[in-house]
Design a protein around this ligand. Structure first.
Ligand code: PMP
Length: 430
């Protein structure tokens, strides 16, 4: 077919295309973001995002040259910066260098990958394990790969973005059930199970915005009743729940084999970067040969692998770190509640929110606390529902009781002051 003859004066098709479609700075979503950032800047308190830590972030940190009590890092067990973990990591660099330099299927395999997988599987109490380079990527690639058209994925309404992305990419039918509501899930599956091939139930061990824990034994019963697969994301529960930190399975005393896919990240309790899926031999083997995020991605770097491996070994030797973490988090919750602060539904975990409602109030409080020597991040819509903005405290076993007492007293004082002094509008579009 001949190309249409355009005269030099007639508009070519590309003249009619709006710059909105070929300039990133014209995207309406970019303009909305810019407006929100300007609004925060107008408060004159600086940005709460991308703060630069100048050293190891554990119970304390340094930002802008200021020494602060730190609650913004997931270093729950103090493994990041632990001398034994750092030494093992340096030794791995000396032996293997800094990269696996290939996908593990090709020639990226190192013996420490297999040791890490074996020790994680043993720690959790299942047959086998696969580690991926990122926690987020682990959920996306695993869920999207194992499930597809004709399948159903039912996930908790407050699921992490990585679970949602995996669901979306899978092509399966996706339904959210109300947060932690295993009865609603049961009813839903009673009505719909027969319409689908495979069914995946996806939940988390600890929900990271609220610090609450699902009733795992009930979810196991639902999964068995409806012949579904159960996946539990233990990003914030591995190393945290259970006497030895073995996670939500240990916490409830269930048989680890009753969960089909134990997912977790290596970036929190295990002082590294990466994610894992632990389960039966068949699923791990299948993922190792076929999951796109594993096969077409480089193997975990030797230092990251060694750091996670050393962290698990230290944890096995020093389970009292978990007990101390609990003592500190329990103290924080108790003191906060005694002072009338709203810690929401946080229970028995190391995540404690202080809910303030208004988004800008959360930003402002975070900034005021920074000036009082406390580093804690705000969290607001769309990360949490409207009017449920909060400061989110990640407690570490390295925090001292004195730090926690001082922190709660200052938070209560500053929040009361702010509530009296300030009426803040909501962020645009909220
Ligand atoms: N799952 C949950 C529940 C998370 O909170 C996170 C991140 N915080 C991830 C997965 C992704 O893990 P990573 O940050 O290690 O990529």
């Amino acid at each position: 077919e001949a190309l249409p003859n355009g005269s030099p004066t007639s508009p070519t098709p590309s003249d009619e295309i709006s710059p909105d479609y070929y300039r990133f700075d014209r995207f309406p979503e970019y303009q909305k973001l810019s407006q929100q950032l300007l609004q925060i800047e107008a408060l004159g308190l600086g940005s709460p995002f991308f703060s630069v830590h100048e050293r190891i972030a554990n119970d304390t940190t340094t930002i802008d040259g200021r020494e602060l009590i730190n609650y913004s890092s997931y270093n729950y067990l103090g493994m990041c910066g632990d001398p034994a973990v750092s030494e093992a990591t340096k030794a791995a660099i000396d032996r293997y260098g800094t990269s696996a330099s290939a996908s593990r299927v090709a020639s990226g395999e190192r013996v420490i990958h297999l040791e890490l997988e074996r020790e994680l599987a043993e720690f959790i109490g299942v047959d086998d394990c696969i580690v991926y380079v990122g926690g987020h990527a682990t959920n996306v690639t695993t869920i999207a790969h194992l499930f597809g058209e004709g399948d159903l994925i039912v996930h908790d309404a407050l699921s992490h973005n990585s679970i949602l992305q995996g669901c979306e990419l899978s092509g399966a039918r996706i339904i959210a059930f109300p947060h932690n509501d295993w009865q609603a899930l049961d009813t839903l599956l009673q009505q719909r199970r027969h319409q689908f091939r495979r069914v995946l139930i996806a939940i988390e061990g600890v929900y990271s915005a609220d610090g609450d824990i699902p009733n795992l034994p009930e979810f196991v019963a639902v999964k068995k009743r409806h012949k579904a697969f159960l996946m539990v994301d233990e990003a914030h529960s591995i190393g945290v729940l259970g006497t030895h930190g073995r996670g939500i399975g240990e916490y409830f005393g269930i048989d680890p084999q009753d969960v089909d896919l134990w997912m977790g990240t290596l970036s929190k309790s295990f002082a590294s970067c990466g994610g894992y899926i632990a389960g039966c031999k068949a699923v791990v083997k299948y993922l190792k040969y076929t999951a796109p995020g594993f096969v077409y991605s480089v193997g975990m770097s030797p230092p990251n692998t060694a750091a996670a491996l050393a962290s698990i070994r230290v944890l096995r030797e020093e389970p009292h770190r978990v007990g101390r973490l609990h003592d500190r988090a329990t103290l924080f919750r108790k003191l906060a509640r005694d002072r009338g602060l709203d810690t929401g539904t946080s229970e028995n975990s190391s995540v404690v929110p202080i809910v303030v409602g208004n988004s800008l109030m959360s930003v402002k409080l975070s900034q005021v606390l920074f000036h009082r020597g406390i580093n804690v991040g705000p969290m607001f819509y769309p990360a949490v529902p409207h009017n449920a903005a909060r400061l989110r405290f990640f407690i570490s076993c390295t925090h001292t009781e004195a730090q926690i007492r001082e922190t709660v007293a200052i938070v209560a004082e500053e929040l009361a002051k702010l509530k009296q002094e300030t009426i803040l509008p909501e962020l645009n579009g909220h």
